[in-house]
Design a protein around this ligand. Structure first.
Ligand code: SAM
Length: 284
């Protein structure tokens, strides 16, 4: 059966060629044009599956211009597929302008389900998956990174970041500085590939493992952080982690309780007034 006329959004494998679905292969064979982020890169995948469809480069720099040509093809009754180098197009990849222009021109855009590093990593992370926020790449400059993390610090949802291997130590260091050492993180590396690795623990533990093992600073990485958890402290002494009380007590040896509570609250992401009241109630 022929395809109905549409722009097809086709996810491609993020490491394991067997993850290209049979429907994806059929669509890629039947469309009259495949818009690729990089024709040379995708050429290898396409020839592996004997897909001989004509290719066209569509990347961040020419996407708006190429959209008109693709709309022309759709109006001639021809279907087009969009793929990126790996995973789902538009997810930290080109395609947004194309899809919005094709929809605005009144043509169908039809998505195929398939590989996406963020969702694949989340599904095996052990972190809460009922609510999450995909944040793409953290800024490369420290100030931008810290500003972005500060805005996310109290977000209760699981946070998902894409990360490049040469920036992973910087990002973990910034996360530790802004979210505190105790935040749970999971680093998923080379997912679906030979060296697939999941490292989990507090950000301090994961940072130590990654610093000590240069192999952990290689390949493709999804970094996930547990969402912010408000520690209940008022009227419930058991709910305060011993570490928090230890820090508060130590700081209080040198500083007034108010100041000690403010610093401790900053370190652990707690409310300073509640911690101060708790300190008073504990006899500090
Ligand atoms: N559109 C793609 C998707 O759906 O996942 C993402 C494209 S983005 C330009 C590339 C980033 O995705 C990498 O830097 C890495 O953070 C993540 N990524 C891609 N493949 C991965 C893999 N096999 N394991 C872990 N992370 C991966």
């Amino acid at each position: 059966m022929g395809l109905s006329v549409a722009l097809y959004i086709v996810p491609t494998p993020i490491g394991n060629l067997e993850d290209l679905s049979s429907r994806a292969i059929t669509v890629l064979k039947q469309v009259s044009l495949i818009a690729c982020e990089d024709t040379r890169h995708s050429g290898k995948l396409l020839s592996h599956f004997s897909i001989e469809t004509k290719k066209m480069a569509l990347h961040d720099h020419n996407e708006r211009d190429r959209a008109q040509g693709i709309i022309q093809k759709l109006s001639n009754g021809e279907s087009v597929a969009l793929i990126s180098d790996a995973g789902t197009p538009l997810i930290s990849d080109p395609g947004y302008h194309l899809v919005s222009q094709v929809r605005a021109a009144g043509f169908d855009v039809s998505p195929l389900p398939g590989p996406c590093a963020a969702i694949t990593a989340l599904s095996a992370s052990g972190l809460p998956s009922d609510r999450f926020s995909f944040e793409g790449f953290l800024p490369s400059k420290e100030k931008g990174r810290v500003d972005k993390l500060t805005a996310l610090k109290e977000d209760p949802r699981t946070l998902i970041f894409y990360e490049s291997p040469h920036r992973i130590l910087h990002s973990l260091t910034s996360i530790s500085a802004v979210f505190g050492d105790e935040r749970q993180v999971v680093m998923a590396r080379e997912v679906t590939k030979v060296f697939e690795t999941f490292l989990s623990g507090t950000v301090a533990e994961v940072l130590a493992k990654v610093s000590q093992d240069s192999n952990q600073q290689k390949g493709e990485i999804v970094l996930m952080c547990h969402g912010f958890r408000q520690v209940k402290i008022e009227g419930d002494e058991q709910a305060i982690p011993a570490k928090v009380m230890q820090t508060l007590t130590l700081l209080n040896e040198e500083l007034p309780l108010k100041k000690a509570a403010a610093i401790t609250a900053e370190i652990y992401g707690l409310k300073k007034n509640a911690l101060y009241k708790h300190g008073l109630a504990s006899g500090l």
